[in-house]
Design a protein around this ligand. Structure first.
Ligand code: GRF
Length: 208
C-alpha cells in the first residue's frame, strides 16, 4: 500500500514527535511514514528521538541563513529531495510565510495547546498559552490540530479535545495534562486522517 511521506518539524523536546513515532510503530499511522525530522535548533532533544528510531534528520537554522526567504528555500529543497508529501509541525517555533504555506495547501498540520480560537495567534506559544488560560480563569482548555495557512493558528480545524483546568494548576501542570490527555492523542489521529486523504486523493490533493 502507498504511504504518505511525512516530515515532522520540531524545535524542542519532541514528545509529540514521539507520539507520532509510537503511533506508526503500533500500526495506527497506517497511511503515513515519518521519513524526515527537521529542526531549527541543533540541540533539540527531538533530534535524538528521531535518531534513536532510525529517522533521517536535518537542521536548518534561520539565523545562519540570514532571511526568512533563504530559510524557507532551504526547507523546500530538503523536502523535495526527500520526496515529502506532508508536513507535521510538532512544537516548531518558527512562523512560515504565505510563500511557503501556499506550496503545501492542506498538507501542513500543526498542534496547538488550546481550544482555538482561545489563547492562540502570534506570540501565543509554549507555556504562555497555559499562563493565559489560567489568568483568564477558564475551566476547560484543550488542544487543537489544524491545517496551516499564512495566518498563525488560523487554518481549518481538524480535531479538538477538551481538558479540565483544576484548582491549583500551575502552567507547567496544565501543560502536562493537556499533552497527556489531548495532544498526544489527537496529533497522531489527525496525521493518519490527512495522510490517508493524500493517499486516497493522490498528488493533486489540496492543489485543485
Ligand atoms: C506542545 O505543547 C505543542 O502543542 C506546542 O509546542 C509544544 C511542543 O512540545 N506547539 P514537544 O516538543 O512536542 O514536547
Amino acid at each position: 500500500m502507498k504511504k504518505t511521506k511525512i516530515a515532522v518539524f520540531v524545535s524542542g523536546g519532541g514528545t509529540n514527535l514521539q507520539a507520532l513515532i509510537d503511533s506508526e510503530k503500533i500500526g495506527a499511522l497506517a497511511h503515513g511514514e515519518i521519513v524526515l525530522v527537521v529542526s531549527d535548533k541543533a540541540d533539540a532533544y527531538a533530534l535524538t528521538r528521531a535518531k534513536d528510531n532510525g529517522i533521517k534528520t536535518a537542521v536548518v537554522v534561520k539565523k545562519e541563513l540570514g532571511s526568512q526567504q533563504a530559510f524557507e528555500e532551504r526547507l523546500q529543497r530538503i523536502l523535495e529531495e526527500n520526496g515529502i508529501e506532508m508536513i507535521v509541525l510538532a512544537g516548531f517555533m518558527c512562523i512560515l510565510s504565505a510563500d511557503f504555506t501556499s506550496k503545501w495547501p492542506k498538507r501542513i498540520i500543526n498542534i496547538h495547546p488550546s481550544l482555538i480560537p482561545s489563547f492562540c495567534g502570534k506570540g501565543c506559544y509554549g507555556l504562555h498559552v497555559h499562563e493565559k488560560a489560567l489568568a483568564y480563569g477558564v475551566k476547560v482548555t484543550g488542544a487543537t490540530v489544524h491545517f496551516v495557512n499564512e495566518i498563525p493558528d488560523g487554518g481549518e480545524i481538524i480535531f479538538q479535545k477538551p481538558v479540565a483546568v483544576l484548582d491549583g494548576d500551575t502552567p507547567e501542570v496544565l501543560q502536562k495534562r493537556v499533552m497527556e490527555e489531548a495532544e498526544w492523542i489527537i496529533l497522531p489521529k489527525a496525521c493518519e486522517k490527512v495522510a490517508s486523504e493524500i493517499v486516497e486523493k493522490g498528488d493533486n490533493y489540496g492543489r485543485l
